[in-house]
Design a protein around this ligand. Structure first.
Ligand code: GDP
Ligand code: ZN
Length: 293
């Protein structure tokens, strides 16, 4: 028996990797009855006499589970937001951050295409960087074109399962190719090999990057708040979570209650106004969704 990590799932086969290589495995016969569906990212126990005829015997408990793309045990999400083209959007970034916090995944904020910034715009982006760092987030500025910041972002992938997320066109593929030139060749080879195209079903695969693994499909394709409760929303704003224990009322929504510690922190500048405004906007969105159901 051996232990390994599922790095690819395709047509009923699971590809399990450990120090001895990659083993093609099937799920144990009774998995269906036990309602077990192994996912890419799962740590499993398996048995294999050779590299192509293995069986997964057990799936170990997951740290977390993402639906789109279906991956278990994601530790980190690299959120790529361009400084320009498209213009940096704190509202969209905050929306991503809330979803990532709700999944208990660590976000890394990667601001891309900084080579496009004018001096004035650069100043604005650096202010945002300081704001997010104050909250406790890691922020990396990169330019895949000018090869800036790439060493740092590359080192952040090490030893972890990551997903990359962000709008299309922000430079996610350019980033991955810039930090791992083999990746382009490798992914192309794999897609040809699997005949990926319009007739094949989508599958998820974890691609090696440094000593880490990254999902080859962007994470968090759906960003509506259906699974997030209004009461929990402030937990996903770390700077609000820090204060809310001092609100006078339990279950304070930090909107109009008296003696609210979050509003006090907003007034003395500890909490950024735009972060609070976006909190209110998301809260309204959650409430109006609840009203509809
Ligand atoms: P994706 O959709 O997020 O994967 O984005 P792509 O990697 O395909 O990049 C979208 C566009 O942005 C392409 O035209 C890239 O050439 C361009 N781009 C990507 N990175 C940079 C960068 O660092 N600087 C500049 N100026 N353009 C970039
Ligand atoms: Zn409050």
């Amino acid at each position: 028996m051996a232990k390994g990590k599922i790095i690819k799932a395709l047509s009923g086969f699971y590809y399990v990797k450990n120090d001895d290589g990659v083993f093609q495995c099937r799920g144990r016969g009774n998995f269906r009855n036990r309602n077990i569906k192994p996912l890419v990212g799962d740590i499993v126990e398996f048995e294999a006499e050779n590299k192509t005829d293995g069986y997964i015997l057990e799936v170990f408990e997951r740290e977390n589970e993402m639906v789109r793309p279906p991956i278990a045990n994601v530790e980190q999400a690299i959120l790529v937001f361009s400084a320009q083209e498209p213009e940096f959007s704190p509202l969209l970034l905050n929306r991503f951050l809330v979803h990532i916090e709700a999944h208990h995944i660590i976000p890394i904020i990667c601001i891309s295409k900084v080579d496009l910034l004018t001096e004035e715009k650069k100043h604005e982006i650096l202010n945002y960087k300081a704001d997010y760092e104050k909250i406790g987030y890691e922020v990396v500025l990169i330019s895949s074109k000018k090869k800036e910041g790439l060493e740092l972002i590359k080192s952040l992938f090490d030893d972890k399962i990551s997903v990359i997320a962000g709008q299309s066109g922000v430079g996610k593929s350019s980033l991955l190719n810039a930090i791992n030139p083999e990746l382009l060749i490798e992914t192309n080879e794999i897609s040809t090999h699997l005949g990926r195209g319009k007739h094949t079903t989508r599958h998820v695969e974890l691609i090696p990057i440094g000593t880490g693994l990254v999902a080859d499909t962007p994470g968090f394709s759906s960003l509506d708040f259906t699974t997030i409760e209004a009461d929990d929303l402030s937990l996903y704003f770390p700077e609000m979570k820090k204060e809310m224990g001092n609100c006078k009322f339990r279950g304070c929504t930090h909107t109009s209650e008296p003696k609210c510690a979050v509003k006090a922190a907003l007034e003395n500048g500890e909490i950024a106004q735009y972060r609070y405004d976006h909190y209110l906007e998301f809260l309204e969105e959650i409430k109006s969704m609840k009203r509809r159901y």
